[in-house]
Write a protein that binds this ligand. Structure first.
Ligand SMILES: [Zn+2]
Length: 215
């Protein structure tokens, strides 16, 4: 149990702290294979000399469970393993993206703007659903948020938040484009360049949407 607790703590906290990204947003080779982001992203070229013994415990544990437990547990073990791998992938992506954001924020001048966009689906709690149903539709509504970071002439950081919601819970390109359009309309002064961030890539990685927005 003690070993498991150590592993759990490392996966939740330690692992994330071991991942390193330089100030300019570029990540370089780390000799411990478990903590190398280049390895995680499949971009490695150098050899690795060391392993993290705590991270490795995850593979040891899974193998141990498969050998020790009966066959009818295998599906559950494999599902749990996949979830844990997904969790680690998510941690790596989060650290990488946060650092990209920090690096771009350093580059931000008073000609540009950095936008962070995200979709949130809000379903109304049952108690207020009856009263607001007509307004928000039967299944809740979609909330799209855009945070706009700009710098003034004195390089003071300025943050504006724009929420748009739709009663249509389908997150379509038209709604997304409309949200961006509404933000572009009110930005004053108009930035000469923008950079858009999202940790919800799937909703934005769509050629129709990218064409509309860049236009
Ligand atoms: Zn580790």
């Amino acid at each position: 149990m003690n070993e498991l607790e150590k592993l759990r703590y490392h996966l939740k906290r330690g692992f994330e702290n071991e991942l390193t990204v330089n100030e300019d947003g570029i990540t370089s080779h780390v000799d411990t294979i478990n903590h190398c982001m280049l390895y995680a992203f499949g971009e490695y070229i150098q050899e690795y000399q060391t392993h993290c013994t705590i991270c490795d415990q995850l593979f040891v544990l899974i193998e141990y469970l498969i050998i020790t437990l009966l066959e009818n547990f295998w599906v559950i073990i494999e599902e749990s393993r996949d979830k844990l791998y997904y969790f680690l992938a998510y941690q790596a992506r989060k650290v990488y993206l946060n650092n990209q954001f920090k690096a771009k924020l350093l580059e931000l001048d008073n000609n540009g703007a950095i936008l962070i966009c995200d979709y949130k689906i809000r379903i109304l709690p049952k108690s207020i659903r009856e009263t607001k149903e007509q307004f928000f539709g039967k299944w809740g509504w979609t909330l799209h948020t855009i945070l706009v970071f700009t710098k003034h002439v004195d390089l003071q950081l300025n943050v504006q938040a724009f929420d748009h919601w739709s009663t249509d819970t389908k997150q379509d390109a038209w709604f997304t484009a409309s949200s961006f359009d509404a933000v572009f309309e009110v930005l004053d002064p108009k930035p000469k360049w923008i950079r858009i961030f999202s940790d919800n890539g799937g909703h934005y990685y769509n050629s129709e949407l990218m064409t509309i927005i860049s236009n």
